[in-house]
Structure formats: structure tokens, C-alpha cells
Unconditional design. Structure first.
Length: 84
């Protein structure tokens, strides 16, 4: 059986801004993304006309560098700045 990508599963430290949205870390990057989607869907932040876009609330704006709307692909890049 192939071994999973251990770098992807390595627990990461989470910034205070991101912790406001998903909770305290450390946690693997995959878990961060899962929890972000739970938050986005739970707060109905997906753009209804274009589901690939996320409309940020105040907590997510802090994570997204002040941007009000980001694509799901851009979100990954912006969130990685909050992981170390």
C-alpha cells in the first residue's frame, strides 16, 4: 500500500486569525481545509451564483488579507500564509 504524503499530514501551527475561524492548532493542512469548508458552508458564505467563490465575513476577511470575495483556489494560497 502506498504511504500518504507525510508533509501534507504534518501538524502545522495556526495563526490567531485562522484560529478564530477553525479553532486552535496544531493540525494538518488537510484538517485545516476541512474545517474551513465546514465554517464556510455553516455560515452560508459560498457565492450562490458562482459556487467557486467565497464571500468573506469579518473573521474570514482577516484570514484573506482584507479581501471580500476570493475563489476557492485563491483561498488555499491565502490560508497557507497563516500556517507555519
Amino acid at each position: 500500500m502506498p504511504k500518504g504524503n507525510s508533509a501534507f499530514m504534518k501538524p502545522m501551527q495556526i495563526s490567531d486569525e485562522l484560529a478564530e475561524v477553525i479553532g486552535k492548532g496544531p493540525m494538518p493542512r488537510s484538517e485545516v481545509v476541512k474545517k474551513l469548508w465546514v465554517y464556510i458552508k455553516g455560515n452560508n458564505l459560498q457565492d450562490p451564483s458562482n459556487k467557486r467563490n467565497i464571500n468573506a465575513d469579518a473573521k474570514l476577511k482577516a484570514v484573506f488579507g482584507g479581501k471580500g470575495t476570493v475563489s476557492m483556489f485563491e483561498m488555499t494560497k491565502l490560508v497557507s500564509k497563516h500556517l507555519s
